[in-house]
Each structure stands twice: as C-alpha cells, then as structure tokens.
Design a protein around this ligand. Structure first.
Ligand SMILES: N[C@@H](Cc1c[nH]c[nH+]1)C(=O)O
Length: 380
C-alpha cells in the first residue's frame, strides 16, 4: 500500500501554520522583547510553561473550551491525552495554584509563547499565534484592573502601537440582571446574550417581553462617556445592581490618557469565555479585529477555594506582518583575508558582519549594505 502513496510535498505546511522568515522572525523576537521588558518594568516576573499539557488539566482551566477545540495527541510515554495550549493564561493559573501557590500575593507573572488553535476564526486564518501577556493574581479589585489596563497600554506603546482603542465590557452583566431586576427564564438567557452580541434589537423583541426589557443595553454601547450615561440610566431604573461596576469602570478609565480611545460594549462576549466582572478588548487603528484582550477571572485551587485574578494577553502577529519590530541593520561583508580585529570592533559597535567563506561569496547578494576595505567600511 505505502508504495503507491504520492511522495510527500516537503514544502507543504498544514493549513493555518506558517514559517516566519528573515527579517520578520527577528522583528517578532524584538517586538516580544520590548513588550516583555515593558511588562517586567511593572514588576511582572516571567514564567515559561510548556507547549503541551495533560488535556484534562488544561481543559479544566479553560472553562468553556471543549476537547474538540484543542489540538490533541496521545502521549506515548504516559498513555494519556495531551493537548497543545490554546491560551497561556490557563497555564499561568495552574502555576499560580500549584508551584507558586504559596508565593506572596498579589503575584505578578508574565509570559510569551506560541499558542495553537484547532480551528482558525473568520478574521485570521492562522491557527498558531504568538501570545504574550501579564497576569495579576490574588485580587481582581478596581485597583488591580486599573493596573492591568495601564500595563497593557504601556506594553502596546512599547511595541510602537498608536491609535489604541480599549473597549470595556462586563462579561457577567446579563447574569446579574437576569437573576435580579430583569428576570429571564433560563432558556432565554443564551438567546438574549446572542441577540445582544449581534446588536439585534428586532430579534430581542421577537423573544418576548422579558427579552425586550434588555433593549436599552444595545444603546449602552459606543464611545465610553455617553455609553456610561446610558448604563447609569439602566442602573437607576433597575434598583442600582450595577452601581458598583459602574463606579469601577469609571475608576479604571480615569487615569487613561486622552490619546487612548475608550469605548464600552457592556454585553460583548466574543472571546470572554472565562472572564468574570470585567473584560476589555484592545484594538488599534489600521488593524482588523482585536490585538489583545483581558479581564478578571477565578483560579481554582486544589482545596476547592477560588482565587481572583486579572490579566491581559496580546496577539502581536498582525503587528509583525505590518512591519512593527523591524529595524534597519547595517551589515558589512568581510572579504577573505579581512582585518579580524577591525571586524570584531565593528561587531562591538553594533554592526553585523558576514564573513566570506570562499571567493565565490558575494556580499551584496548576501544582503550586506557595506564591505570592509582594510579598516574602512564602504557602502555598496
Ligand atoms: N488569555 C485571554 C485574555 C486574558 C488574560 N488574562 C485574563 N484574560 C485571551 O487571550 O483571551
């Protein structure tokens, strides 16, 4: 049988997986380094979880994700099912609950690495993405949320991103209202969420009077200040169940500079599978879809208690594709018999050197901007 199989195409990669080539591979590493340095400057210490884990422990921490969403393989060593990580936050939660369970709180951790999804989404065909971020563990207070949003903005600025928009959301909002002042029968909760997500007012009304009561929430989306006023009106009409969250959103927004656009989409839920009271999406001018996302969540410990945490993740690949992280490098070709100490001195000054290994090597063809003539660098 195997003799009749066509020869494998050695250059073919599975759909949604790709190589990064020069100079973008280096741009990617540089950008990740700038962002992580910025996050580290706020006291976040780096962790490096592995690419794959036991499927059951990863799934337990991803909440709504199911095994069908993960890239899996049987581990020949243990016979158990492994899954490749689709989100490093889940792994940081595990670390915080186990090996760093006794570390002083609040615990500030950062990470960067590749994540893999089984399926691409509509906006991006890639299944492998770079993810980097920071998690603040032990609290999800207003102060913690304010810090995390501030660290995320500083990280984006360190990456050179401008035209930043932060879109706030309240992932638990429908639950809070449905179990309180705007009751919904359990079978209506999901359809109401879906209609709110789609901003489908007609669809909401069609679900009946209970669902129609949620109409004003569609209006409470848009530029932050007017949307907050509409959310405040909803709060006043529903007995103040949202007063605490509204105050928190205002506190988080207050220190954010005028160069950042703030919006509110209180019922947005796309991508907020495990976030609790607060979530935010990060957008930037010129980029389709989110560059990142964050929010509060709970970390489950072995003894059954759950610990609040808050964090954010960035997905910087679209930035790399757009040329962020690139740096013009001066590189000098070193012909056969060149002055070696001069070459070493040039490297120490920040030049890149490309050494001729034979007479046939052509510096210009190898991408050099200069060549070394005795002690002098000459532009091509
Ligand atoms: N990891 C989440 C974002 C997040 C980080 N911390 C809390 N939430 C995501 O990528 O969607």
């Amino acid at each position: 049988m195997s003799a009749s199989l066509p020869p494998p195409d050695m250059g073919l990669l599975p759909e949604g997986l790709s190589d990064r080539l020069p100079p973008q591979a280096e741009a990617s590493a540089r950008l990740v380094r700038h962002v992580l340095d910025s996050v580290a400057s706020f006291g976040y210490a780096r962790v490096m979880p592995p690419m794959a884990e036991f499927e059951d422990s990863l799934l337990a921490r991803l909440q709504s994700a199911s095994a069908q969403d993960l890239m899996r393989a049987t581990d020949p060593a243990s016979g158990r099912m492994l899954a490749l990580r689709p989100d490093i936050t889940a792994q940081v939660s595990r670390i915080a609950a186990t090996r760093l369970g006794k570390a002083a709180r609040p615990l500030r951790l950062s990470y960067a690495g590749q994540v893999l999804k089984l399926r691409a989404d509509q906006l991006r065909p890639e299944r492998e993405e770079t993810q980097l971020g920071a998690e603040l563990i032990g609290t999800d207070s207003d102060a913690a949320a304010t810090e995390i949003v501030g660290v995320a903005i500083a990280a984006l600025k360190a990456a050179g991103v401008t035209g930043i928009t932060i879109d706030f959301t309240l992932p638990g909002l429908v639950d809070t209202l449905a179990t309180g002042p705007m009751p919904l029968s359990p079978d209506l909760i999901e359809p109401v969420r879906a209609r709110l997500d789609a901003k489908d007012a007609g669809g909401l009304v069609a679900l009946g009077p209970q669902a129609a009561a949620y109409m004003p929430l569609i209006e409470a989306a848009g530029p932050f200040h007017p949307a907050m006023e509409r959310l405040e009106a909803i709060d006043a009409a529903t007995g103040g169940v949202l007063t605490g969250r509204i105050a928190a959103l205002r506190a988080i927004a207050k220190p954010i500079g005028w160069d950042i656009t703030l919006t509110l989409d209180p019922t947005e839920r796309h991508g907020f599978e495990y976030q609790s009271w607060f979530g935010f999406s990060i957008f930037a001018e010129g980029f389709v879809g989110e560059l990142g996302r964050g929010g509060g969540y709970a970390i489950e410990h072995k003894d059954g208690h759950s610990e609040p945490a808050i964090g954010f993740s960035l997905y910087p690949d679209p930035l790399i594709d757009a040329g962020f992280g690139a740096e013009e490098a001066q590189s000098v070709f070193l012909p056969l018999g060149h002055n070696e100490s001069r070459a070493a001195a040039l490297r120490a000054e920040g030049w890149r050197t490309v050494t001729a290994l034979s007479d046939a090597d052509d510096g210009r063809a190898l991408g050099c901007t200069h060549w070394l003539d005795a002690a002098e660098t000459i532009a091509y």
